[in-house]
Design a protein around this ligand. Structure first.
Ligand code: NDP
Length: 328
C-alpha cells in the first residue's frame, strides 16, 4: 500500500511529488502514457517561471521537475488512470495496464484540457488542418496561411510562434479587445505577419479532407463571410479534467474540484487536489506548483494524524561538526 498516489505530472503533480518524496512518503506519480509532463510539454519558451532569468523551454522545465522528484524517491509510472475508488480508507487506482494501485491518500492533479469550439468540422478535420497545439503542428504549415482563434495569452503565444512557419497568421477574436497580458499583446501587435480579425466568431470550418477556410460571423451585425485558410489553431482556454471524479468528488459551479478553503482537501477524506483542476482563475505553472506544495503538506498532516507518515529523511550536514538535519 502506498502512502500517496499522485495522479498527474504537470507542475502541480511533480511539485507535490518533490515535497512528498522529501517527506519520505515514496510517492507514486501516475504520469499518463501520452501526456506526461502536462501542458508545458507543448509550450516553447517559459519566461515567467522564477529562477530562470533567461527563460526555459517547457519540456526542459518539466524534465527538471521530474528529475528532482525522482532524486528523492518518487516513482514515475507512464500509464493512465482508467478508474478510481476513493471511498473508504484504501484508495484504489486502476491503471490502463489493468494493475490496481492502492494508497492511503491520493493527490489529484490532472490539470485541464484544451477547450473546443464545438463545431462539426473540428473533430472531423482534427489533424487535417485543425489543431490545438502550435508547437506540435506548426511545422506542417510552412509558408501557409493559418488562423488562431482566441484572445488570451495562449492565442497570442501560439500566433507568435506560428509566424516562424506560416506566411500569414490571422487572429480571430470575438471581441474588439484582448484578454491577453499587455506584454503578449504588444508582441503580437508588433509582429508584421499577424493580422487581427476583431468581433468575429468561427461559425463553420470549411473543407472535406482538409481545412480550406472558415466561415466567420460578425458578433456586431451577424453578417458572415468566408476566409480562405490552410489551418486553424484553436486556443480558447482549457477546462478542468474531472471526468474520472465528477461523480465522486464535489465540484464547484465553474467545474473545478471543490477544495476546503485554501487547503487541498476535497469532499472525500484522504483525497487531495491541486493545480489547474482546482483553479478557475490563475492557472499558471508557478501557481500550480505552489498548489502541489499545499497538497503534499496536507497529505503529510493527514498521514501523521493517522500515524502513517514516513520517517523524516535525514540529510548529511554540509558543515563538518554540525548535526545532520531533517530535510522535511
Ligand atoms: P483564457 O481563458 O485566458 O482566454 C481564452 C480566450 O478564448 C479568451 O479571449 C476568450 O474570449 C476566448 N474564447 C473562449 N471561449 C471561446 C469560444 N467558444 N469561441 C471563441 N473564443 C472563445 O485562456 P488561455 O488559454 O489563453 O490562458 C489560460 C491561462 O494560462 C491564463 O491565466 C493565461 O494568462 C495563462 N497563460 C500564460 C502564458 C504566458 O504567460 N506565457 C501562455 C499561455 C497561457 P473572451 O475574451 O471573449 O472571453
Amino acid at each position: 500500500m502506498r502512502h500517496v498516489i499522485i495522479i498527474g505530472s504537470g507542475p502541480a503533480g511533480y511539485t507535490a511529488a518533490i515535497y512528498a518524496a522529501r517527506a519520505n512518503l515514496a510517492p507514486l506519480v501516475v504520469a499518463s502514457s501520452v501526456e506526461a509532463g502536462g501542458d508545458l510539454m507543448n509550450t516553447t519558451e517559459v519566461e515567467n517561471f522564477p529562477g530562470f532569468p533567461d527563460g526555459i523551454q517547457g519540456p526542459d522545465l518539466m524534465a527538471k521537475m521530474q528529475a528532482q522528484a525522482e532524486r528523492f524517491g518518487a516513482e514515475v509510472l507512464y500509464d493512465d488512470v482508467v478508474s478510481l475508488e476513493l471511498d473508504g480508507p484504501v484508495k484504489k487506482v486502476t491503471l490502463g495496464s489493468g494493475k490496481v494501485e492502492e494508497g492511503v491518500s491520493v493527490i489529484y492533479a490532472t490539470g485541464s484540457a484544451y477547450r473546443k469550439l464545438g463545431l462539426e468540422g473540428e473533430d472531423r478535420l482534427s489533424g487535417r488542418g485543425v489543431s490545438w497545439c502550435a508547437t506540435c503542428d506548426g511545422f506542417f504549415f510552412r509558408d501557409r496561411t493559418i488562423a488562431v482563434v482566441g484572445g488570451g495569452d495562449s492565442a497570442m503565444e501560439e500566433a507568435n510562434f506560428l509566424t516562424k512557419f506560416a506566411s500569414k497568421v490571422y487572429v480571430i477574436h470575438r471581441k474588439d479587445s484582448l484578454r491577453a497580458s499587455k506584454i503578449m499583446q504588444e508582441r503580437a501587435f508588433a509582429n508584421p505577419k499577424i493580422e487581427f480579425i476583431w468581433n468575429s466568431a468561427v461559425d463553420e470550418i470549411l473543407g472535406d479532407d482538409a481545412v480550406n477556410g472558415v466561415r466567420l460571423r460578425s458578433t456586431v451585425d451577424d453578417s458572415t463571410r468566408e476566409l480562405p485558410l490552410d489551418g486553424l489553431f484553436v486556443a480558447i482556454g482549457n477546462d478542468p479534467r474531472t471526468h474520472l471524479v465528477h461523480d465522486k468528488l464535489e465540484l464547484t459551479d465553474q467545474g473545478t474540484i471543490w477544495v476546503d478553503g485554501r487547503s487541498s482537501r476535497t469532499s472525500v477524506e484522504g483525497v487531495f487536489a491541486a493545480g489547474d483542476v482546482i483553479d478557475p482563475t490563475y492557472r499558471q505553472a508557478i501557481t500550480a506548483a505552489g498548489s502541489g506544495t499545499v497538497a503534499a503538506l496536507d497529505v503529510e498532516h493527514f498521514l501523521a494524524a493517522r500515524g502513517e507518515a514516513g520517517e523524516p529523511a535525514v540529510a548529511e550536514s554540509p558543515i563538518e561538526g554540525l548535526p545532520d538535519a531533517a530535510v522535511v
